[in-house]
Design a protein around this ligand. Structure first.
Ligand code: COA
Length: 414
């Protein structure tokens, strides 16, 4: 049995943020019914295609384990079917532009009237406020949620990260909101509205930077590369690759860095492991030197310290550095490329990287479920073709007969 078996989700999500959420719920065993516009479906089916006329990896990697029904919710017959689906589902998830579901004729009040037990879960770019009507994509959320202003180097522009903290990050927040609301429904018998704004989700993930904003009013941020010589302005600055935690850290070059853009390792010079680190890099002289042998003494010389560490790491591959420093309890991690991650046997073994078969595309790699549950194992199955399960859902979930299904098709409702 899977954790969410018996839960049915009416999945009106598209692009990345919403699909991330419903894919997770599908992996946990929910029956996720993806509603797509007849003819075109989720726009990402056709975006960034690598093979002509085949659902893109963008789509296939975000819509595993779901069923697809085509439905035009703007047509009269489509609306009737939509109402029946709302009656039969536990959750309605959507990430349309603000007001889109209202314009279809389904504001929250109406949805709640149709099914008082339903959980209506939405992702929007912003919460109530000056920008509430705006459409938002990933990088806009990274910029408006504090990610970009705090990422990059002091002398460079604001920078967005490769991790999709706006889209996938908000999808994760929404998934938590949904399962929490399902839990509360066990006690109240009622559904509720769950809303996650991408700006809020990104800001939540940038919590430590708001921490630093407040610390800044009490003096310079000593672990930032701007200390002791650079200037601090009024806002949390970009801190390059500085660790951001209580322990100094940095990315340093390893052997081969001249031609391999990922020949780097991240090293944290944690106080508890500093002796071993100093000895390993041939600087045991630091250990008797009051200018080096306390964390406070080192704070103003972090650049110099990591420069010395780098002289040593440049003589070894990132994996050798890892092999030497790990037994010394020095926290460190190689910068792994997507290629290295795709090939990493341990990630294949745990199902974090999976190979999935698709009837038209053939086999492809995907990221499997990153949450491992001992009582709810995940089996990743391929994304559905557009409308693949329309007949099956109309018949099994809504109990429509062959004639009703045929007439809905003739109407263009499905
Ligand atoms: N049947 C009929 N109409 C449908 C439909 C269906 N099954 N599915 C979607 N539509 C309609 C919508 O009702 C909407 O019509 P309207 O403009 O008349 O209200 C239209 O399709 C377009 O939907 P919309 O959400 O506006 O898509 P978009 O491509 O213009 O915008 C986003 C895309 C992502 C910018 C926007 O959806 C958004 O801001 N979403 C919230 C934030 C978000 O999740 N962003 C991250 C995306 S990864």
């Amino acid at each position: 049995m899977k954790a969410l078996e018996g839960i049915r989700i009416l999945d009106m999500t598209h692009v990345q943020s919403g699909p991330t959420c419903t894919q997770l719920l599908a992996w946990f065993g929910a029956d996720v019914i993806k509603v797509e516009r007849p003819g075109s479906g989720d726009a990402t089916r056709g975006q960034l295609r690598d093979i002509p006329d085949v659902d893109s990896l963008y789509f296939t990697m975000l819509n595993h384990n779901k069923r697809s029904i085509t439905l035009n919710t703007k047509k009269k017959r489509g609306k009737e079917i939509f109402i029946k689906l709302i009656e039969q589902c536990d959750v309605l998830a959507e990430n349309f532009a603000p007001g889109a579901l209202d314009r279809m004729g389904f504001p929250w009040e109406r949805i709640r009237q149709i099914n008082p037990r339903i959980i209506y879960a939405s992702v929007k770019g912003f919460g109530p406020g000056p920008y509430e009507d705006c459409k938002v994509y990933e990088n806009i959320a990274q910029c408006t949620g504090g990610g970009a202003s705090t990422t990059g180097f002091d002398d460079g522009p604001p920078t967005v990260t490769g991790a999709q903290i706006g889209d996938s990050g908000t999808g994760l927040h929404l998934a938590l909101g949904i399962v929490t609301a399902l839990f509360q429904r066990e006690h109240t018998g009622r559904g509720q509205r769950v809303e996650c704004a991408m700006q809020d989700g990104v800001l939540n993930l940038c919590r430590v930077k708001l921490r630093d904003q407040q610390r800044l009013t009490h003096g310079p941020l000593q672990e930032y590369p701007q200390f002791p010589n650079g200037l601090f302005g009024e806002a949390t600055p970009r801190s390059g690759n500085a660790s951001g935690g209580g322990q100094p850290g940095s990315v340093v070059k390893c052997k081969g860095w001249e031609h391999d853009p990922n020949a780097y390792i991240y090293v944290i010079a944690q106080a508890a492991a500093f002796d071993g680190l100093a000895r390993a890099i041939g600087r045991s002289d630091w250990l008797d030197d009051p200018g080096w042998n306390t964390p406070a003494a080192r704070l103003s010389k972090l650049d110099e310290m990591f420069g010395e560490i780098e002289k040593w790491t440049k003589t070894k591959s990132k994996f050798t550095v890892m092999e030497v420093l790990n037994p010394l309890n020095v926290p460190c991690g190689p910068v792994l490329s997507m290629r290295e991650l795709a090939d990493e046997p341990s990630l294949r073994a745990t199902g974090t990287v999976v190979e999935v078969d698709h009837p038209i595309r053939g086999s492809y790699l995907s990221v499997g479920c990153p949450i491992k549950m001992s009582e709810s194992p995940v089996e990743v199955t391929r994304s559905p073709l557009l409308g693949e399960h329309t007949g099956e859902i109309l018949q099994d979930v809504l109990g429509l007969d062959g004639m009703a299904i045929e007439s809905a098709r003739e109407d263009g409702a499905v």
